[in-house]
Structure formats: C-alpha cells, structure tokens
Design a protein around this ligand. Structure first.
Ligand code: F6P
Length: 548
C-alpha cells in the first residue's frame, strides 16, 4: 500500500509545536540543565553498545512529546510497517525499499509481489562468501596463475561511496588485499590508480546498479583497454566481475555470467552497500566482517521497528532535525566523528541524506511551502576544530552537530585517545555553555590587561553558547557497531521523509545535468554540432574548445 500524504504543517501537533517553540526558543541550555537535575538521564538513550545523549539539544523534556505527537499524526508507525514489509513506498519509481531485507535473518519472510525475497538474498550472500574466500585464500588466481593482490572498485555514487567509506572506516580489520576505488570520470583519477598496478594480480569489480552510468562505463572501458594491452581477451573472466541489476548489459560488456553478482531494483543505490555492492567490502575485510556489518544493521532495524518512539534513537534524531529545520530554521547539520577512521563518513551521508530528502514536491504532487532536506557536512575532530569550528561557536548560523566517538581506541593508545575524547567532551560543553561576559572579564583581568585593552577585546571573546549537539558514544569501532551507526542514519532519513511528506527514494534531480552533459559532449568532440545554449554556457564551451 502507498504511503499516506499529510501536510505536516497543517496538523494540530504542528500548531502546538509552533506555540511551544515560541515559548522556549530563547531558553538557554544552561538554564534547561539547571532547572532539571534529571535532564541528562531523561534525554539519554542507552542501547546495546551505544549511548546517545540528546540532552544538549534546545528542547524541553516535553518537546519530545510534542514531536512524537506529530509523528503519530502523520502515522509514522504505519509508514514503518510499510517500509519493512516491502510495500511500494518508492512510489515515483514504483518500487519497494528493502535494504533492510538484505540484513534480515535467514528464517524471515519479506514478500515482494507475493514472492519471498529472503532465499534469493541468501543465495547471493553465499556467492559473495565463496568468491571472497577464494580470492583471499588465493584459490581464485589471475590468468597467469598469480594470486590477486589488488582490488579496484569501479563505480560512482552509491556504487562507490558506501563500499569506499566502509573499507576505509574498517581498515583496522583489513586483510592483505589492497583496495582502490575509481569513481570520477576524470581520466586522471583512474590513471593515477592503475599506473602502479599489475594487471596479472588485479581484480576489477565494476559496480553499477543500472549499468548505464557514464562515469562507470567510461572507466570500465578504459581500464579494460589498459588491461588488454597486457593480457589476452580470455583473461578478462579471471579479472573482471560486475555487480548490477542489468544482467544483459553486463554480459554485453563481456563479463561472464558466473562473474555477475546480481542486485535487485528494490535496493536504492545510496542504501546498497549491504547488497552485492558490498563485494569490495567483503573482499577487503573478509566475509565474516561483512556479515558482522549486516548483523549490526539488523540489530538497529529491530531497535527502530520495535522500540517506543520515546526511546527510539533514529526517531528522536529525525524529529530533532525537523525541530531545528522547520522551527529554528537551521539550514545545515554537521557530523563530526572523533576518529580519523570515519574520515569519509560525512561524505557518505551527504549522498544518503541529501539525495533522499532534497525534494520540494510532496507526496500528493504539490510544491511544499516549508523546508525539507538539510545540508550535511563534516570532518573528523580534532582536525575540524582547527578548520571550521570557529563558525559553529561564534558564527551567526545555528548548526546542530552530531558528535560521534568511541570509548576504546583500536590500537589501544589510551594516552592519545584520552586527548582525542577530551576534545569531544570539551567541544560539546563549550558549544553549550559558551563564555559569559563576566567569565571573559575575569579571564582578561587575570592576564593582567589594563581596562582599555579589556574593553577592546571583551566583545570578541564572548561565546553566547546554546549551540545544540547530540553525542553518540559507542564502545568500539567494529564492523557490527559501524553497521548499527549507518542503519541509524538510514532510518533517520526515512523518518524525516515521512514527516516532510516527500518521497525519499527517488533522485530525479540528478538527471537533468546528466542529459545536458551528453548533448554537450557531442559538441566538444565535433565543432559542427551546435545546440542552443544560453550565452554564458556557449561562451564557456567555445573557450574550452578553442584552447583544449
Ligand atoms: O547520482 C545518481 C545515481 O543514480 C545514484 O543514485 C547512484 O548511486 C549513482 O548514480 C550510481 O548509479 P549506478 O549504480 O546505476 O551506476
């Protein structure tokens, strides 16, 4: 069944939220804490190896109740049921949205058009496992009999960002294979990667759900041409495998049927790392680690599906995004992991969140008259503290920020880890408390400055504080905990989309530019081809053509 369509701003709970917002918008977090000694406890959720502290958000305890009323009024419960049971909730593409089925237990049943898809999922997982193990233990050899040493994932968007982020994030658990990712159609990108590779010991994994994506097919073709300079055509079957829904086009490309790892159209590209798109993850980390990643996501699915909204991590996180986006009019959110391993996490989430919820037409086809998807950005701490934190602390914009940290370091260097985490805790505290005029005065006085100097510096040194943060504290970065974390954001995206009454699982917005690029490409190749462009675009094309 289809998702319901309710304009959230026309609900009763929205009006209540609006008046509640007016009454608390100027309250300082410091006062909210001093007025309620239980606040940290009440607004913290502990689940498995996760602690999520929502208490440093600009909410009163009853704000959550009002937000949950909104969730109930748009029938979030019903939407969650439809999401998990395989209803066609991606209505504009006529598809179910079932990345959750990819990590479900073997004995469960998920019906798509009356067919249980779980046995098929497990057959593909078995194929991933067998192939992965053969490559890792060296029984799958290259054409000249040498073991594989390098894996090159050729894909873009969801066919790159997920595997690349997970492999990088879990590099601590990596095996001897070296993994590379080629995504951009920029020819220098793939050349830089293949220039030091030996075709005899390299496995290329071409990943494209549609197998029509210009970047991926161009890179795959160029890399295959480079490969065939060294080895004969019959070597391709030992060195090229593909992941796709488009089996016909993969075969036409010259990939053996046996070397195709299928996926289904009910897996969205940006949610596909759990499918055979995760083949590079399994190769890089070993199948068991891939399974553990899926297991973590499955646990988060259960938490999301079965937990009361008040204690439901993705639900509360999403409701807070709505709160800031639609009531405080915040435009962006920062995601700051306090581990260098999660260096690519915000980039990965940018696609997940912005491709999903960057929509301006509601589920009944009308233009929305309220804000939807937020801008997502971030970099690991402490590096980001030395880059853009100034703006979060003292700029004019309100930027709700997620802090993600781990209790244990992987290499066990507690001295560094304590320093890292002291920064995490200090930043959330500083963002909340700020520094008052009196505190700045006391500090400047203690530095022995005279009155003129103090008055000159005073306004610049005040931090107003009251900057909202959510602290996610996880025991340790493992495949399982990363699976939970990714799934947490996936469900947050879903809930936001339900509240905003938009379709989160299509991406028509990326099509127009792709179509125009094809037209322009013909003009760059052949100056006799002319299309109608505006004066600016035509001038740029002419300049490029003349000077290339
Ligand atoms: O950028 C648009 C998009 O369709 C993404 O949604 C997708 O992840 C990416 O392109 C790659 O698509 P494909 O896997 O079909 O090559």
């Amino acid at each position: 069944m289809a998702l319901k369509s309710t304009n959230p701003t026309k609900t009763e709970s929205w009006s209540k939220l609006q008046s509640h917002f007016n009454s608390i918008k100027d309250k300082h977090l410091k006062d909210l804490f001093s007025g309620n000694p239980n606040r940290a406890n009440q607004l913290t959720i502990e689940w498995e190896d996760f602690l999520v502290d929502f208490s440093k958000n600009r909410i009163a305890t009853e704000t959550i109740d009002y937000l949950i009323e909104l969730a109930n009024e748009v029938d979030l419960k019903d939407a969650i049921k439809k999401y998990f049971q395989g209803d066609i909730i991606n209505a504009t593409e006529g598809r179910a949205v079932l990345h959750t089925a990819l990590r479900t237990k073997q004995d469960s049943k998920v019906l798509v058009n009356g067919e249980n898809v779980v046995p098929g999922i497990f057959a593909v997982k078995q194929k991933i496992k067998d192939f992965t193990e053969a490559v890792i233990n060296g029984t799958h050899k290259g054409y000249t009999g040498k073991a594989i040493t390098d894996i090159v994932n050729i894909g873009i968007g969801g066919s790159d960002l997920g595997p690349a982020m997970v492999v990088d994030s879990l590099q601590f658990y990596k095996n001897h294979l070296t993994t590379h990712f080629v995504s951009n159609v920029d020819g220098d990108h793939h050349k830089e990667i293949i220039k030091n590779l030996n075709p005899e010991t390299t496995l290329f994994v071409i990943v494209s759900k549609t197998f029509t994506t210009q970047e991926t097919l161009s890179n795959a073709n160029s890399i295959r041409a480079w490969f065939l300079e060294a080895l004969p055509t019959e070597a391709v079957s030992k060195h090229f495998v593909a992941v796709s829904t488009n089996i016909g086009s993969v075969k036409a490309f010259g990939i053996d049927e046996n070397n195709i790892f299928p996926m289904k159209d009910w897996v969205g590209g940006r949610f596909s790392l759990w499918s055979s798109v995760g083949l590079s993850i399994s190769l890089a980390l070993g199948y068991q680690n891939f399974e553990d990643l899926l297991k973590g996501a499955q646990k988060m699915d259960e938490h999301f599906r079965a937990t009361d909204f008040k204690k439901n991590i993705p639900v509360i996180a999403a409701l807070l995004t709505v709160w800031y986006n639609n009531f405080f009019k915040a435009e962006s959110e920062a995601i700051i992991p306090y581990t260098q391993y999660l260096n690519q996490f915000a980039t990965y989430l940018q696609q997940g969140i912005m491709e999903s919820n960057g929509k301006s037409v509601d589920r009944s086809g009308k233009r929305v008259d309220y804000q939807t998807g937020t801008l997502i950005w971030g970099e690991p701490g402490t590096n980001s503290q030395h880059a853009f934190f100034q703006l979060i602390h003292q700029g004019t914009k309100l930027i709700p920020t997620d802090f993600i940290g781990f209790v244990k370091s992987l290499h066990g260097n507690t001295e560094h880890h304590d320093k890292l985490m002291s920064n995490y805790f200090a930043q959330t505290e500083a963002l909340m408390n700020g520094k008052t005029e009196d505190e700045v005065l006391a500090e400047l006085n203690s530095q022995g400055l005279d009155e003129t100097e103090i008055n000159k510096l005073l306004p610049f040194k005040i931090f107003e504080g009251n900057k909202p943060t959510t602290s996610v504290l996880i025991n340790k970065l493992t495949p399982e905990s990363l699976g939970k974390l990714i799934a947490m954001y996936e469900h947050k995206i879903f809930v936001e989309g339900i509240i905003w009454n938009i379709y989160s699982y299509d991406q028509f917005g990326v099509e127009l530019g792709k179509q125009l690029a094809k037209t322009i490409l013909n003009e760059l190749d052949d100056s006799s081809v002319k299309h109608n462009h505006d004066a600016s675009t035509q001038h740029l094309i002419d300049f490029y053509r003349k000077n290339k």
